[in-house]
Design a protein around this ligand. Sequence first.
Ligand code: ADP
Length: 684
Amino acid sequence: MESTLPILKFEETIIETVDKNPVVVIIGETGSGKSTQLSQILHRHGHTKHGTIAVTQPRRVAAVSVARRVAQELGVRLGEEVGYAIRFEDRTSEKTCIKYLTDGCLLRESLSNPELKQYSVIILDEAHERSLNTDILLGLMKRLVKTRSSNLKVLITSATLDGTKVSRFFSTCPVLTVPGKLFPVEVLYSSESSTSFLESSLKTALDIHIREPPGDVLIFMTGQDDIEKMVSKLEEKVLSLEEGSCMDAIILPLHGSLPPEMQVRVFSPAPPNCRRFIVATNIAETSLTVDGVVYVIDSGYVKQRQYNPATGMYSLDIVQISKVQADQRAGRAGRTCPGKCYRLYPSTVYHEDFLDVTIPEIQRSSLAGTVLYLKSLDLPDIDILTFDFLDPPSRESLGDALKQLYLIDAIDESGLITDVGQRMAELPLEPSLSRTLIEANELGCLSQALTVTAMLSAETSLLPTRRKGTEKKRKNPLSDLPDGSGWGDHIQLLQIYEKWDQANYDPQWCIENDLQVRGMKFTKDVRKQLCQLMQKMAEGPLDVQSNRKQKESGQAYRRLRRALCTGYGNQLAERMIHHNGYRTLGYTSQLAQVHPSSVLEMDEDGCLPDYVVYHELITTSRPFMRNVCAVEMSWVMPILKKLEKLNVNKLSGGSGITEENEARVVEPLGSPKNDAVASKAPDD
Ligand code: ADP
């Protein structure tokens, strides 16, 4: 199959252009072979003689999957000549000459090695995704090609990116276009927008199965929940089709949180006389190419995380896709033969409502981690305000990031990175968690903080799900947790891990307790790695084992809560006196409730704690705080004092973050005890 991939016909042109230019942009249709073949082409032509080829991917799944494929094509063992590195997992060795890694991992490597000297070629793959980290890398590469002009080649590849814009960004570097070999795709619009894209997709899928000739069906859903629903509905309906299709059906989910063995199933072709239904997120738009697709069902929606710097709140919205995304989705139907794309919306929606291109992540994310990263780079000429971005972030989100970093002591009042900030940047964690670890180390509860941080780094929640109505009948093995679990989710996460530890990390214990074995094992591994990083950073040896078993858990919990209060200094909330919930402090005050899944408990007066910190503020049906932990007023006050003194303009070195966007300080209400009952939000 490889020999027919379009990119291979351009091998000579690619090599010639790369030889003559430090930066080359390569635009090619999804599936033309950019991710799997470019590195091999350069390897064949000697580019691995003096260094490794790095290929960045915005998604972990893609880094692993493409590395596996390339190792297979070259007939080598994964982790040897061809390897990959994603956060908390490094499968490379001395032998590795082609390394797939997430864009975040390459950024991290550049902290200890700003010139990225081990690499002879850096390929920024999937640049059209415009992930936050790829955008930062674009800026860094621009600088790096100047300092390493003689021995570094940079390639930027994309399926849809505006090549001229990137070329201009890199002093009009050449743009090579690999013509795709797409077959025509007939686009069929619905006459009106459907009220339920799940139902419409289901109906369309069944119609295809009954009426259309062989060919796999790719259905775009918005997220894991929709996918699971769709898979089970399809299974039920396809099996019960009476005068149904004469073909069998296989139904496969495809999303980023699937275990790897499930992900690779989409790469096996359908058996004879069988149609595959692949129900996927936008991961199948460009990241992973599924062969054999002839029919595409496009709901027109995508789930997008959006950050609001004024409130510090995330929303996970189902939004309309852009025209570029819709075209990509349609293109998936024409890779092997002429295909059909069923758009579940009218053509006027496509033409009039859809944005031309997707908004880059840098313009809809919290930038605290990015700003800290840029400040920690040992490069005097790089500054957040002058950094060369392809599309700059808003001044408001830069101001918000500076404020966050200041409140957790990562930068001082003139915006300079502190010692604490420098150490924080060395940890592959979001700033709130790295700050918590550093504080916990000072307070003597590092072991507990490492556990909580690792538990929060797992991809899915590790709190056992509470099933409605089944509590009584079900054995609840966590019911004998020691006192303190009512302090909130962080403490509960810690206690769960400690119980597993006492059960000698037995997988069966996880199963009996409704906990994901894979997630728990991942946590154990992450904990070990974070522990090693902390050890490296500390001057003397750390005592993280002995206090693991310590009896006075009450004291350790209190210290841990205190460390969390420091780390989450920008994520504080105070209980409302006359309201059913909390309001956030430090931002434009936002009313929010404790998420129904939380284990935070009320006291004997029926009141929730006066102050809490939260891991995340997210709007679904309404604003919720997820993963909350009770903290004490005396710990909160110094942070509020700091907030009062805050001058965002000074934090940005006096150079232009507008003052009107400064945080409005919210006066604490004082102790709201014995007042109106604040309760947890009911199940939504
Ligand atoms: P592009 O980067 O241009 O989108 P890729 O290099 O990802 O193209 O894909 C080229 C071909 O390799 C496609 O036919 C795709 O299905 C196949 N492929 C990619 N990854 C895998 C994998 N892990 N297993 C099997 N086939 C794969």
